[in-house]
Design a protein around this ligand. Structure first.
Ligand SMILES: Cc1cc2nc3c(=O)[nH]c(=O)nc-3n(C[C@H](O)[C@H](O)[C@H](O)COP(=O)(O)OP(=O)(O)OC[C@H]3O[C@@H](n4cnc5c(N)ncnc54)[C@H](O)[C@@H]3O)c2cc1C
Length: 609
């Protein structure tokens, strides 16, 4: 998941900096519209073998099918799956656990986190300390803030993290054959405006300048094949199966790509990009912000985009980057997904950096710089800002002690939904909706059989018309001549259409057994021997995985208010951008850190942003 594919193949028709041709009729109005008859990805095509049965899996209705199915020839096997789909059974596990499969839930520490709902903590601190600064939360945002402080010479700070490891959604799991991400798994080649990302990559030795030309270390650029799509019974290169699509579809996709190409080149009256990354640098002219007040589905309808494959593709983008859908993400966010990245002179717009452990590579670097300051196992309980400083109480999980810190400045790099639990008198945050995710890490003794041939995969393997997004392969970058090495895959499942709070509750109640069988049942359709090869399968539920860029959210007054500092407390979680991306979390963390440095009289000569 995760690439903005095929844009380098865009038709490069006339236009230069011209206005996207239909833009004038694409915004304004604002009446509620939706894609006709609600978008159905597989309409007009054969039933998908992956059709989900969300209710069935949660009610534990597991369907056992004879193991002999796996011995069928591939074509017969797929036909069999189609029949099951027709009966409404697809998406359910097709056989019982083999008995040797191991694995467990690797969720964040929900039992500790949920204690904030009904506090049972000691009311008085047993210890008090004074510090210049405190950072709350050790995800990318908090770690980036600490990185900025360290670079400014501020080391008298503490970073409080609930989990035993920092990283948040960019954590990784370690297996004998290597590490694999539980969530964030790639970093796009940074745009020129992503200055902090470029600085970080330079410090890591991944971005170097030779003969005045900056370049990325090619070992970390995703090798070919970046992605493939399982579409109508076959794997196809890339995410757009041109050869399998009708001329009408192809023509509409070409028009869409040209449209996006024009948006990428578009500059506002001040010369700013319309869609920049970090999004802070985007144009704030009203004509563009109006795109945030309609859904991507409305925009698609106005553009006349009605081809089923194109609509699948747009919906995929929303599921992939936002855990949302065409209907519940804004047009601004949807267009940003496709048009914001330009390779920044370092590569193509869709070039990405990948590591076996995903973005945990970046986390490890940031962490290495501030080991002495990071305090894992610390549950933040209460934050009280004032004119002169901030008082922070936290629970030291190892000792059960309540500790109080008096800080001159504090950075709140925790998700904003926690504010009502930790702070008094907060602004309304009812537009902060978080998309739940479930991911699975499959440790395989060797790559399973593949419809394309033994050992064939891409880095990103997407299943058309599945409720999952498919999987990424942690060993993709290995330059081995022996392809049958053990590997770890990460499989991704968003829940774009269901109410997030209902999904969260259900996911917490669902057992590892149910989900592990569901994952294997789906993958078995494309890898017949997956059960034999899978020796371990871990499941992670990220209940508030991604902030969702709903209609009228990113550029709303509510968002602007949520970003405002409160006394000497500065807010820096990635959700304050309205979309969950490394670039955004890093930007928010560094911005909060620099705001606090100014208050401390340590204003840096040069901003990292
Ligand atoms: C499934 C999935 C896939 C993703 N893939 C990508 C990708 O490929 N590329 C990309 O750029 N982005 C991706 N993202 C987005 C990712 O979330 C961001 O890139 C980034 O990791 C978010 O960092 P953050 O610091 O803003 O938030 P978080 O990761 O949410 O960090 C918040 C931290 O606060 C801690 N915390 C929470 N409560 C408390 C408390 N009371 N006390 C102390 N600590 C607490 C948490 O444990 C956590 O470490 C993905 C997200 C998900 C869910």
């Amino acid at each position: 998941m995760g690439i903005r594919p095929g844009l380098q193949n865009r038709a490069s028709g006339a236009g230069g900096d011209s206005h996207p041709h239909t833009f004038s009729r694409s915004i304004g109005g604002g009446t509620a519209e939706s894609v006709p008859g609600r978008y159905e990805p597989g309409r007009g095509r054969s039933e998908s073998p992956f059709r989900s049965d969300f209710g069935a899996i949660f009610s534990g209705r597991l369907v056992a099918v004879s193991r002999t199915r796996r011995q069928l020839k591939r074509r017969t096997f797929l036909t069999g799956s189609l029949v099951l789909a027709g009966l409404g059974f697809a998406g359910c596990p097709s056989s019982k656990p083999s008995g040797r499969l191991r694995g467990q839930r690797k969720d964040p520490d929900y039992p500790q986190g949920h204690r904030l709902r009904e506090p049972d903590f000691p009311s008085a601190p047993t210890r008090q300390e004074r510090l210049a600064g405190v950072i709350l939360g050790g995800g990318v945002a908090g770690l980036s803030a600490g990185w900025r402080w360290t670079r400014a010479g501020l080391t008298d700070y503490r970073l409080l993290e609930l989990e035993s490891q920092v990283g948040g959604n960019s954590r990784a799991l370690t297996y004998p054959s290597g590490s694999a991400p539980i969530g964030a798994h790639y970093l796009p080649v940074p745009n020129t405006e992503a200055r902090a990302v470029r600085r970080l990559l330079t410090e890591m030795g991944l971005l170097t300048t030779e003969k005045d030309r900056p370049g990325l270390d090619p070992r970390h650029l995703c090798h070919s094949r970046q992605e493939r799509l399982f579409y109508e019974g076959e794997w196809r290169d890339g995410l757009i199966p041109h050869q399998a699509l009708s001329e009408v579809s192809q023509e509409q996709i070409a028009r869409f790509q040209e449209h996006i190409s024009q948006w990428s080149r578009r500059r506002d009256s001040k010369g700013r990009k319309v869609f920049a990354l970090p999004l802070h640098f985007s144009s704030t002219e009203e004509q563009y912000l109006a795109l945030d007040r309609i859904s991507f589905a409305q925009y698609a309808k106005r553009m006349g985009w009605d081809d089923p494959f194109l609509l699948w593709y747009l919906n995929y983008a929303c599921r992939d980057d936002f855990g949302g859908s065409l209907e519940n993400c804004s047009a601004w966010a949807g267009l940003h997904y496709f048009a914001s990245r330009d390779g920044g002179g370092l590569g193509d717009a869709d070039d990405i950096l990948v590591w076996p452990e995903g973005n945990n590579r970046l986390v490890k670097f940031l962490q290495g710089e501030q080991k002495g300051q990071i305090h894992p196992g610390s549950l933040v309980l209460e934050v009280v800002p004032s004119e002169n400083g901030v008082t922070i109480d936290y629970l030291e999980l190892a000792t059960g002690e309540r500790v109080r810190l008096q800080a001159e400045v504090c950075l709140f790099c925790l998700p904003s939904f926690l504010r009502p639990y930790l702070l008094k008198d907060q602004p309304t945050l009812d537009r902060f909706l978080y998309a739940p995710w479930l991911t699975a890490n499959l440790e395989l003794t060797s790559p399973p059989e593949d419809l394309e041939g033994p050992g064939f995969t891409a880095w990103d393997n997407v299943l058309y018309d599945s409720t999952s997004l498919g999987y990424v392969v942690s060993t993709h970058q290995h330059l081995t001549t022996a392809p049958n090495q053990p590997t770890v895959w990460t499989w991704y499942h968003p829940f774009p259409d269901e109410a997030p709070e209902v999904v969260r509750k259900t996911l917490l109640e669902t057992q590892w057994e149910d989900w592990s069988q569901r994952v294997l049942g789906e993958l078995e359709v494309v890898h017949a021997d997956i059960r034999e090869r899978c020796r371990r399968l871990d499941i992670t539920v990220l209940g508030h995985g991604m902030i969702r860029p709903s209609v009228d959210f990113i550029w709303s007054g509510q968002m602007a208010r949520a970003r405002r500092p409160q006394g000497r407390l500065f807010f820096g979680h990635g959700d304050l951008s309205g979309m969950s991306l490394f670039e955004e979390s890093q930007f928010r963390g560094v911005l909060a850190a620099e705001q606090a440095l100014a208050v401390l009289g340590m204003e840096p000569d040069e901003s990292f942003l």
